[in-house]
Design a protein around this ligand. Structure first.
Ligand SMILES: C[S@@+](CC[C@H](N)C(=O)[O-])C[C@H]1O[C@@H](n2cnc3c(N)ncnc32)[C@H](O)[C@@H]1O
Length: 212
């Protein structure tokens, strides 16, 4: 999607993707990432997700990136933290103890700026992007995230039923995008409780991607 699309969503507060509680699949499957307190976990396209509050409460350190200044300032306000704000090349860095958030385009985030990470958590990130951008997204993550394992959550439904985002990302696409670099394990697949956009026939899947 164009940047303007997302800026407009945040300005109009059309943020139905934002969950009011920690994501159930994250809570269930976080242990597979085998992280320790102090581990640094990267959330691409992080918005102001409550999952960040949850991961901080587990003792994790967070690094995230989002395009929207509204999302980033809401996130720090919700956390009750006052960030230190500085330039980081084409991005702006918002930092507080245990948390680094970059404001700007994921594709402008390089490996050095991201720093060392222990895991990647993709929730509502790959599914937020149209098909042609997903290949670019996956290649970029592989490039900047080096050997970190990834917990990736996807939706699967008949794309003819409605337009994304969120888009349907089927198992074959995960395989196509990541099989060359990662071992891929399906942790769980099941119906999305309540469906999506008033459609019931939507599944969600949780994938563990570990670097070969
Ligand atoms: C569907 S929302 C998901 C947010 C969050 N992961 C969550 O679970 O609530 C997608 C987010 O990606 C951000 N975004 C879209 N394209 C981006 C890009 N190229 N770089 C950084 N952030 C982007 C949007 O501003 C939006 O907050």
């Amino acid at each position: 999607m164009e940047h303007a699309f997302w800026h407009e969503r945040w300005e109009k507060r059309e943020t139905a993707f934002h969950e009011g509680r920690p994501n159930a699949l994250l809570v269930k499957h976080l242990p597979v990432l085998d992280l320790q307190p102090g581990s640094r976990i990267f959330l691409p396209l992080c918005g102001k997700t409550i999952d960040i509050h949850y991961l901080l409460a587990q003792g994790m350190r967070i690094v995230g990136i989002d395009l929207s200044p509204i999302a980033v300032s809401d996130l720090f306000e919700d956390l009750g933290l006052t960030p230190r704000i500085s330039e980081a090349g084409r991005l702006t860095h918002y930092g507080a103890p245990g948390i680094d958030i970059f404001l700007g385009d994921l594709f402008a985030l390089d490996r050095e700026t991201l720093g060392e990470i222990d895991a990647v958590y993709d929730r509502a990130a790959i599914v937020a992007l149209p098909r042609e951008m997903r290949a670019y997204y996956a290649r970029h993550l592989v490039d900047i995230c080096v050997a970190a394992p990834q917990l990736c959550l996807t939706f699967e439904y008949d794309q003819a039923l409605f337009d994304g985002p969120p888009f349907s990302v089927e198992a074959a696409e995960i395989d196509h995008l990541y099989a060359a670099t990662h071992k891929i394990a399906l942790l769980e697949r099941g119906r999305v409780p309540g469906g999506l956009k008033r459609r019931e026939a939507v599944d969600q899947a949780a994938w563990l991607l570990t670097r070969r």
